[in-house]
Design a protein around this ligand. Structure first.
Ligand SMILES: Cc1cc2nc3c(=O)[nH]c(=O)nc-3n(C[C@H](O)[C@H](O)[C@H](O)COP(=O)(O)O)c2cc1C
Length: 194
């Protein structure tokens, strides 16, 4: 299978919120979850489980239950018609398996998915601002599952670049529709070297 250089994958990954409508195969979506499966987990207790949403009707119902790009002006936030995600992965914790100290597990698993997606040319948006109550009802998720996050996926239809942080963490969109994401410099985050 085609594989990019590891470093390229790390630096290339940017949050994508506009998508082309070519479908992602179920095989690829399953592979992304397989990347999550082998992520590090505290005490190796594996409570994470996942839902794949790629059926058109379900996607349509899920779309209004996630909130996009709170840092942008309201008219720039939500993907326009025809540029919505083409698939979603919902990240769950089965609390019968593990009910504490799971957030780091979620982070590690999600990052594996996001980097794996880059390798397939797929863009992603990790989403915490979601309507958990309505998602639970829609997807008929039992109460002993915690709904952590939604990962929105699709082949990218926007470009996003990093730029050095100056005085604001807010990401912004320029007139050409390109996203800019300020990132602190390497020197500024190395607190000490002994
Ligand atoms: C835990 C978490 C929750 C996030 N939730 C949302 C969200 O609800 N909606 C959204 O549009 N972006 C969300 N994001 C994406 C961030 O806005 C994005 O990662 C950040 O702006 C940096 O951009 P980058 O991913 O391109 O480096 C979330 C990211 C993380 C890590």
């Amino acid at each position: 299978m085609f594989s990019m250089e590891f470093e390229e994958i790390i630096y290339k990954r940017r949050t994508i919120r506009r998508f082309r409508q070519d479908p992602i195969s179920l095989e690829k979506l399953r592979k992304l979850i397989d990347f999550a499966r082998v992520a590090p987990m505290a005490r190796n207790i594996q409570g994470l489980e996942f839902i794949i949403v790629y059926n058109a009707e379900m996607k349509k119902k899920l779309f209004p239950l996630v909130n996009w790009a709170q840092s942008l002006p309201e008219d720039q936030r939500t993907p326009e018609k025809g540029r919505e995600p083409t698939a979603y992965i919902i990240v769950l914790v089965n609390t019968k398996i593990k009910n504490a100290y799971v957030d780091f597990d979620v982070g590690a698993a999600v990052e594996n998915i996001l980097l794996g997606a880059v390798n397939f040319g797929i863009g992603s948006c990790w989403m915490g601002s979601i309507n958990r109550e309505k998602i639970r009802k829609l997807l008929e998720i039992p109460d002993h599952y915690d709904i952590k996050h939604v990962i929105s996926l699709g082949y990218p239809d926007e470009n996003s670049v990093i730029e050095p942080y100056k005085d604001s963490f807010n990401y912004w969109k320029d007139n050409n529709g390109q996203m800019h994401v300020p990132k602190r410099t390497l020197n500024s985050i190395i607190f000490k070297i002994f």
